[in-house]
Design a protein around this ligand. Structure first.
Ligand code: HSE
Length: 379
């Protein structure tokens, strides 16, 4: 039997405990041994929880217990979660997480520590909620040179845009609904301003192109400028507005990554990814285009991915799974402003589509037109 601990008993942490309990038999079969939850770390009083007997508030209890071989980090953020993750890895424990902020900011360093300690640092749940995407990119598509990843990576904003387009629900109400359904981040600013999608494209880009892409290298625009009029205009030209994260290999071997709303063709696969679902397309030189689709947020879909990683860790307690990338930095990042596309432009009096041009060439025209927003078209 392998003992594990959960750090942070919020929506995802609770879901992990529930899945481990409810599916215990199936999980034991898959892992070839039983997996027992020994500790739950949280600073709140959890005496009313059915898991109250496992609760601790001092991380060193977990850190110093040699029985604990796998630690699940569902605290979120890059503060205390960073400290605990490093300490758990250095104590020789594998770590599994859904924490995209931490992986996007410190993935290179944490993967290097895991490698040195011969343990695993796995984060399938950090991108796409319950959709398998990290393992497919790092294993199933490993024979490909990947040239582009493009996806709807945030369930909250996709839910909001879908509700706004289908039912005319106002922005604030759509956000309130997404929060009530447990899709949004603790501070939903990260969803609506695009930071959550930015962290996820950093992880996918790092994994696909082999160098760490840092969030501050990725220009990010959320959905706060999208109005019902923009949605209506898009509909009139057979398009839908979707918040996309893109990472593209440029000719000089660098990577251009960005997050922004796009007007996508209604015939495209991404246009039909609705509600809380995420859709991620990957272009490889052997496979061509492949798309991953499914629930991108929510307690149980995310817990499903976390527990799958726990099973993988238990099956590989003495072997490291190969996930790693090199250090990145400005020398490897290209400016997405050079990417050419048509644009939807809205001014105070008009809305129209431009000819194809880069964001650099568009910028002076936007000033001249006194434009309120400009979103790329994508076919
Ligand atoms: N707030 C995130 C989303 C949760 O809406 O996609 C899953 O990462």
């Amino acid at each position: 039997m392998t003992k594990i601990a959960i750090l942070g008993f919020g929506i995802v942490g609770t879901g992990v405990a529930e899945v481990l309990t409810e599916n215990a038999k199936k999980i034991a079969l898959s892992a070839a041994e039983a997996i027992a939850l020994k500790y739950i770390l949280d600073i709140r009083d959890l005496s009313d929880s059915p898991f109250a007997d496992k609760c601790v508030t001092d991380f060193s209890v977990i850190e110093q217990d040699p029985e604990v071989r796998v630690v699940v980090e569902t605290i979120g953020g890059a503060g205390v979660a960073y400290d605990f993750t490093k300490r758990a890895l250095l104590a020789g424990k594998s770590v599994v997480t859904s924490n995209k902020e931490l992986v996007a900011m410190h993935g290179y360093e944490l993967l290097a520590i895991a490698k040195a300690q011969n343990v695993n640092y796995l984060f399938e749940a950090s991108v796409g909620g319950g959709i398998p995407i990290i393992r497919p990119i790092s294993q199933c598509l490993a024979a490909n040179e990947i040239s582009e990843i493009c996806g709807i990576l945030n369930g909250t904003t996709n839910y909001m845009l879908t509700e706004m387009a289908a039912k005319g629900v106002p922005f604030a109400e759509a956000l309130k609904d997404a929060q009530a359904l447990g899709y949004a981040e603790a501070d939903p600013t990260a969803d609506i301003e695009g930071d959550d999608a930015c962290r996820k494209i950093c992880i996918l880009g790092s994994l696909s192109f082999g160098r760490h892409i840092y969030p501050d290298e990725v220009p990010t625009e959320g959905i706060t400028k999208v109005t019902p009029e923009d949605i209506c205009y898009a509909k009139g030209i057979n398009r839908k507005i979707k918040l996309l994260g893109r990472a593209i290999r440029t000719e000089d071997g660098k990577v251009a990554a960005y997050v922004a709303p796009h007007l996508v063709n209604t015939d495209s696969l991404l246009a039909n990814v609705e509600g809380v679902h995420n859709g991620i397309t990957v272009r490889g030189n052997a496979i061509g285009d492949v798309m991953f689709y499914g629930p991108g947020a929510g307690k149980l879909p995310t817990a499903s991915a976390v527990v799958a990683d726990v099973i993988d860790c238990v099956k590989h307690l003495k072997a490291r799974k190969y996930i790693a990338w090199e250090q990145g930095g400005p020398a490897f990042s290209a400016d997405p402003k050079t990417l050419v596309s048509q644009w939807y432009v809205r001014t105070s009096t008009d809305a129209f589509i431009t000819e194809s041009m880069s964001a650099i060439d568009l910028a002076p025209k936007l000033e001249e037109w006194n434009a309120e927003c400009a979103f790329r078209l994508l076919d």
